[in-house]
Design a protein around this ligand. Sequence first.
Ligand code: RP5
Length: 162
Amino acid sequence: MTAPVVGVVMGSDSDWPVMRLAAEALEEFGVPYEADVVSAHRMPHDMIAYGSQAADRGLRVIIAGAGGAAHLPGMLASVTPLPVIGVPVPLKHLDGMDSLLSIVQMPAGVPVATVAVGAARNAGLLAVRILAASDEGLRARMRDFQRDLYEQAKAKGARLRE
Ligand code: RP5
C-alpha cells in the first residue's frame, strides 16, 4: 500500500457528502490520501496533534473542510508547515457564508487556500496541482485533464452552433 500524501479532514462525518468530492478527485489522479474526522471544537487536542504530526508522517497537503464556525483549516495551518486548503461546508442556515468567512479571513502569515462554498472537488484538484509542481507524471495527467475540459467546453459551443 502507498502511504497517503494528502490528508482530507473534516469537522464531522456530516461534512463527508461534500468532502468526498475532494477524495474522488484525488482518486481520479491516483493520489494516495487518508480521510478522517478531526473536529476543532470537539477534539481540539487531537486536531493539534494531527496538524503537528502531518508533515513528519509524510503528508504533503492537507484539505480541511468544516461548516459554521469553521476553525479547523485555520488552526491546522497554524501548526503545520504544509499547504492547507480550506473547504467551506454549507450548513442548513446562512448558505455557507459563515463557513466561508470563518475560513477565508486568516491573519497575515497564516495562509489557508480557500475554495468556494462546497467546492471540495476543486480542493482535490488544487492539491493535485500542488503535488504536480514536483511530479512530472502527475503534471502530465493534469495537462490531459485540462485538455479534456477544453474539449468538453468546445463541444458545448459546437452543439449550440448546430
Ligand atoms: C462543524 O459543525 C462540522 O464541520 C460540521 O460542518 C458542523 C456540524 O457538525 P455535526 O453537528 O453535524 O456533527 O464543526
